[in-house]
Write a protein that binds this ligand. Structure first.
Ligand SMILES: Nc1ncnc2c1ncn2[C@@H]1O[C@H](COP(=O)(O)OP(=O)(O)OP(=O)(O)O)[C@@H](O)[C@H]1O
Ligand SMILES: [Mg+2]
Length: 308
């Protein structure tokens, strides 16, 4: 997949040859620092990249279907029904003039062949599952707290029992306790319905509790793809190592927090060779000249680094 933004300053190579796959019912934690292309990749899967962004190449194979080849009309039938999205800020995806219950009812009625009464019953059930009592059905979005709106966003994404949910920072605007509740809820519902999930987050510490695999992005590229256990035991890519070292550990009160020196690169003029090389403690001359290939390590891990 390749997605570029055509801006006045130049072409931003936001997603540059990212290739990954997942199984039905699996959860992938898509992580990487701000601006690494996570949201762009998530939007590209649903062909919802906003202008001036354009998908300039690649395929999205979903259940044997290349989504890139579908008409806009066919794509609309996939969105919500088979692949849905939880947005970072639900306030921007909820209509302020529409009651919470009606949001869900209309979503259901747009896809499922149900009467209004049946759709209302289904909507109530979904809202209850995300912990919103039926009395709140007639309320408007502004009458809800941030955490409750996030629950509504999740209810909307789950309303049609999709096969895949793309959740873009679904909890990053919430305090840690509500964040934990929501992630726990998503995990339960996901298991209940057997859905797959791509959880986009810049907070790598929430990944082990919920994901099966980690996809690590750096500067528009996938630099490591591994199962959660292997990654957290021993990250292979130097960027992954640095990232894990920057998570504070409660057992060592006198530890110094590590951070990754330098800044993420400009995606209009990315560094030559490996994009992480200017910040990498292991970088050699070759890393600064040549782009490393993506290598398979063991049977299922991928890493984009010359060390392997
Ligand atoms: N509408 C846009 N116009 C121009 N450039 C954009 C646009 N949206 C994103 N970009 C650029 O594309 C790159 C990837 O952005 P993206 O939002 O996908 O990153 P992200 O990993 O989701 O970051 P964050 O963690 O901050 O949400 C960044 O360099 C960003 O500046
Ligand atoms: Mg984002």
């Amino acid at each position: 997949m390749r997605v570029y933004y055509y801006t006045r300053d130049g072409v931003v190579m936001a997603v540059d040859n990212v290739d990954l796959s997942m199984k039905q019912g699996e959860t992938i934690g898509l992580v990487g620092e701000s601006g690494s292309g996570k949201s762009t990749l998530g939007q590209a899967i649903l062909r919802l990249v906003p202008p001036p962004g354009r998908i300039i190449g690649g395929k999205i194979i979903f259940d044997g279907l290349n989504l890139m080849k579908l008409s806009e009309e066919e794509m609309r039938r996939i969105r919500g029904k088979r692949i849905s999205m939880v947005f970072q800020d639900p306030m921007t995806s909820l209509n302020p003039l529409m009651r919470i219950g009606d949001h869900i009812v209309e979503t259901i009625m747009a896809h499922d062949n149900l009467t209004r009464k049946e759709a209302e019953e289904k909507a109530m059930k979904i809202l209850e599952q995300v912990g919103i009592r039926s009395e709140r059905f007639m309320d408007y979005p502004h009458q809800f707290s941030g955490g409750m709106r996030q629950r509504v966003g999740i209810a909307l994404a789950l309303a049609l029992n999709p096969d895949l949910v793309i959740a873009d920072e679904p909890t990053s605007s919430l305090d840690v306790i509500v964040q934990f509740q929501i992630l726990d809820l998503m995990k339960k519902l996901k298991d209940l319905y057997g859905m797959g999930m791509i959880l986009i987050t810049h907070d790598i510490s929430i990944v082990p509790g919920i994901a099966d695999k980690v996809a690590l992005m750096y500067a528009g590229q996938l630099v490591e793809f591994a199962d959660v256990k292997s990654f957290f035991n021993e990250p292979l890519h130097p960027y992954g190592k640095a990232l894990l070292e920057s998570i504070p550990n409660i057992q060592y009160s006198d530890q110094k927090l590590k951070y990754i020196p330098g800044n993420p690169p400009d995606l209009i003029n990315p560094p030559k060779g490996c994009r992480f090389s200017p910040r990498c403690p292991y970088a050699t001359e070759r890393c600064r000249e040549e782009e490393p290939p993506t290598i398979m390590v063991g049977r299922r891990r991928l890493v984009k680094c010359f060390q392997y």
